[in-house]
Design a protein. Structure first.
Lengths: 468, 396
């Protein structure tokens, strides 16, 4: 039974302050605009969402979809699969250049699965937007990530059918040397763009499968804005309760490629066994529509997952100035570019990306980074690889203003990890005071661009109960 | 170390510490060295071997990266001159190696020099860049010197339930002592409120909890006691030198045994020095202590690590004035790193010179009362991974 066995969502820690935006431009921010921290990008957020997949370690394929991948030449999916500690004998693919990437990834992934060489494929997507200040794009786009697991077994969404359409259409595009995306004539786009193509594609798949609109329990449609989505709803005569994505987009904005995952996640949470669910996705004249049947696994899924609304509980508000500085839309501080070496990163890849330290065979002492000669019992080269636990307790901390940071001060913590071992590193996603004894967990982050490439590593953040 | 021969300090010299804009690295080496030679009543020709401590020779150039940086300015051509590196404890490592060489019988008169030129670049460019841009690309990234001691300060406050005031009181004391010392970098009294209200650097440590980056050089001439007597020089006896090296520059922060309440290196070195010299009660048996107060919290944990008080009572010691010049055990009568300034490689040599000057009642307005004619100097390096302690005494 081919389909989707799990879906996860990662939303960054911040919402943009609407009061600030009003003061700056007299513009009204109507959505909870998710803003990625300064140390995040499409790769790191995709990792964070994929790590939430319950059986991410059982995947042997990974497809990364984004229009904001930090690399133009270098496969982001290879970085992500390395962080997820997938072995080298996997297939990894990047899909770019269209907001509909995630469904392209799902359809391609299901095709690869049907070749029966691999069992589980992660399709992950992350977007981090750098919209031009004081534009509608700034007020509409939200940063975030979502992942789905494609599987043969224990699927919560059984694949039924899909149709795709492709056209050379100019609604939004960005050439290599453009700083911001460019947009086509809005009245023309409104008439012939998303709403027309989505309506046609849905009609098409319904016709092929001998179904009526009324047979579809839930429409999960990733739309660039709720106004266009409303038009599709009206044209097809879809009932309000069958379309959750309209409210979702008007509340949280448009997440680009990640949007399809976020819309699917939230819609699935409100579905029941036996429902037919339609996933619609669109980007730049290209449209995918996928039909799924909700299986009995939905009950288990609903028990484990929380609605996106509950994510918002511990989100903090970020000022417009810090947001602009995070996205390098204003030049706010001296950027520290530390030394880095691809040879060191290659030698230490397990340590860096998978937090592998050592545990002494003789006395059990845990070290990170690993120690060849045990400083507790003096045993030499008598250790085994030890993956650090991902949670711990703050032993001590400091807020350091010496160096420059896009989100000052730099918070450093010494953490006693659950089950042993100590880690000393940076704390992120925490504007409140951290204290000795607070619970923290690892989070994967962009560090710096030393060596001319992107250096990633783990930081800590306050532990949250809420997860996608 | 067990010193073979009886060893003596016969001459010391040091430059003003601080923003020595008008002096080059060589100028400072020359001034400190010739002051020490004059103090010892000898010339550079009498020096048979020398050791040089500079911690950051590569901050902007190559000065201090080898013994040539000492032999070149003061004409020690043809003699063995060694550069040593031990982070903040480098000055004392230069002194220790020089002393051991005399002790071995290989040389009769040697020179130990420490010099650091930190202020030819902006203070925020030298050390900040070193700690944030150099080193491992990822591990411990974001660590700075104040940040390292901020970790200790928070743990100390939480464990023993002290307010931030105790750190500020160290700054007030050492600023006061600095005013009594014409060679100190900082020459101003400060109030508790000023220290507490200074900009935050690495919580809970503010700007005035930090020792300033400074230029400076210091030099010491070492010979045997026998030789000193033969030369008819006043001298201090080198009673003991102890160095303990523990973890690496960064690994102490990820060592689960580290309580962040002090440094095991200091405790090990202090036990060793007291054992060699039969000291049972350092507060009663010493006249002064110069210790490594790179940050105010460091002085307080040093009180405990040097066994001047029991664990947790360091804050009380500064609170009740025990470590003032007039107190039971004067600590950092020179003003310490806090007011004297901290040219890293020079500090250890400067501290030993300070003990020598007090023992011979040459310390001017900051002179401590002498009862035992014995004092110790202590430096930390790395930070806290290396501790060095030197005990000097005067025959009476």
């Amino acid at each position: 039974m081919l389909g989707i066995s799990d879906i996860t969502v990662y939303l960054p820690h911040y919402y943009l302050d609407p009061v600030d935006l009003k003061r700056a431009w007299n513009a009204k921010l109507t959505i909870n605009k998710s803003v990625a921290n300064f140390d995040e990008d499409a790769i790191s957020m995709s990792v964070e969402s994929a790590r939430l997949l319950e059986k991410f370690d059982e995947a042997n394929g990974l497809i990364f979809c984004s229009t904001t991948s930090p690399y133009e030449l270098k496969q982001a999916s290879a970085v992500i699969s390395a962080v997820l500690d997938m072995n080298n004998n996997i297939i990894s693919i990047d899909i770019s250049n269209s907001y509909r990437g995630l469904t392209a990834g799902i359809i391609a992934g299901l095709g690869i699965l049907s070749l029966k060489r691999v069992n589980n494929i992660i399709v992950t997507s992350g977007e981090i937007f750098r919209a031009k200040p004081n534009t509608s794009a700034e007020r509409l786009l939200s940063d975030g990530a979502a992942s789905v697991m494609l599987s043969y077994d224990n699927v919560v969404l059984k694949y039924i059918d899909s149709v795709s359409m492709s056209s050379d259409f100019y609604d939004i595009w960005k050439k290599k040397d453009d700083v911001y995306p460019l947009e086509g004539d809005s009245a023309f786009v409104h008439k012939y763009g998303f709403s027309k193509m989505m309506t046609d594609s849905i009609k098409n798949i319904l016709k092929i499968n001998n179904l009526d609109v009324g047979n579809i329990s839930k429409f999960a449609i990733n739309a660039p804005d709720s106004r266009n989505l409303k038009q599709v709803k009206t044209k097809l005569g879809i009932a309000d309760k069958a379309m959750i994505s309209e409210k979702l987009i008007s509340t949280y904005g448009y997440f680009g490629t990640a949007g399809a995952g976020i819309v699917l996640y939230e819609t699935l949470l409100q579905s029941n066994q036996g429902d037919i669910l339609l996933l619609g996705n669109y980007g730049n004249g290209n449209c995918d529509v996928v039909l799924f049947r909700v299986t009995e696994c939905i009950n288990e899924f609903k028990k484990k997952k929380l609605s996106i609304e509950t994510f918002s509980n511990d989100i903090e508000i970020i000022s417009y100035y810090r947001y602009l500085s995070f996205r390098k839309l204003i030049d706010s501080c001296y950027e520290i570019v530390p030394f880095s070496s691809p040879l060191i990163l290659w030698k230490e890849i397990k340590q860096t990306l998978n937090l592998v330290g050592s545990k002494c065979n003789k006395c059990g002492a845990i070290f990170f980074p690993k120690k060849r000669v045990c400083s507790e019992c003096n045993a030499k080269d008598n250790y085994y690889d030890h993956k650090l636990p991902l949670t711990g307790t703050v032993f001590t901390y400091t807020q350091d203003s010496v160096g420059s940071s896009l989100n000052p001060p730099t918070q450093m913590v010494v953490v006693d990890l659950d089950g042993g071992g100590r880690f000393y590193g940076q704390l992120t996603d925490c504007d409140k005071n951290i204290n000795i004894g607070d619970r923290v967990e690892f989070t994967f982050r962009y560090f710096h661009k030393g060596g001319g490439y992107l250096n990633y590593f783990w930081k800590l953040k306050p532990s949250k109960v809420i997860r996608g | 170390m067990r010193i073979g021969k009886e060893l003596a300090v016969i001459g010391v010299g040091y430059t003003n510490f601080g923003d020595n804009f008008e002096m080059s690295y060589y100028d400072m080496v020359i001034n400190a060295t010739y002051d020490a030679l004059e103090d010892a009543g000898i010339t550079n020709d009498d020096i048979q071997a020398a050791w040089l401590s500079t911690v950051f020779p590569f901050a902007y150039g190559f000065e201090g990266n080898a013994g040539t940086s000492l032999s070149d300015p003061v004409n020690l051509f043809g003699k063995p001159v060694t550069r040593v590196g031990a982070c903040g404890a480098g000055g004392m490592e230069a002194f220790r190696n020089a002393a051991l060489a005399v002790s071995s019988g290989e040389y009769d008169i040697v020179l130990a020099v420490g010099c650091e030129k930190m202020r030819d670049v902006k203070p925020r460019e030298s050390l900040v860049v070193n700690s944030l841009e150099s080193g491992h690309p990822l591990l411990y990234k974001g660590r700075t010197a104040p940040g390292m001691f901020g970790l200790i300060a928070h743990r100390y406050m939480k464990t023993y339930n002290y307010p931030r005031d105790i750190f500020a009181k160290v700054a007030v004391k050492n600023h006061h002592n600095g005013v009594l010392n014409p060679k100190a970098a900082l020459q101003s009294e400060v109030t508790l409120e000023q220290v507490l209200n200074a900009p935050m650097i690495a919580s809970p440590l503010g700007l005035m909890d930090c020792a300033p980056a400074a230029d400076g050089a210091a030099a010491i001439v070492i010979t045997t006691v026998e030789n000193a007597k033969k030369m008819d020089r006043t001298f201090s006896r080198i009673d003991a030198i102890s160095v303990a090296v523990t973890e690496g520059y960064f690994s102490s922060q990820s060592n689960q045994k580290n309580d962040f309440l002090g440094f095991s290196s200091t405790r090990i070195a202090a036990r060793d020095v007291y054992k060699k010299t039969g000291i049972n009660n350092p507060v009663k048996e010493l006249d002064l202590v110069e210790c490594h107060d790179c940050f105010t919290v460091t002085e307080i944990i040093n009180y405990e690590d040097l066994f001047l008080c029991d664990p947790g009572l360091g804050g009380k010691m500064i609170d009740d004035g025990s470590t003032f010049i007039t107190g039971d055990i004067p600590v950092n009568p020179s003003g310490g790193l806090k007011s004297f300034g901290h040219p890293i490689g020079a500090t250890g040599v400067r501290m030993i010179a300070e003990i020598h000057n007090h023992l011979h009642e040459r310390a001017g307005k900051r002179q401590v009362e002498l009862n035992n004619y014995r004092g110790i100097a202590h430096t930390l390096g790395g930070p806290g991974s290396i501790a060095a302690i030197v005990m000097l005494s005067k025959d009476v």
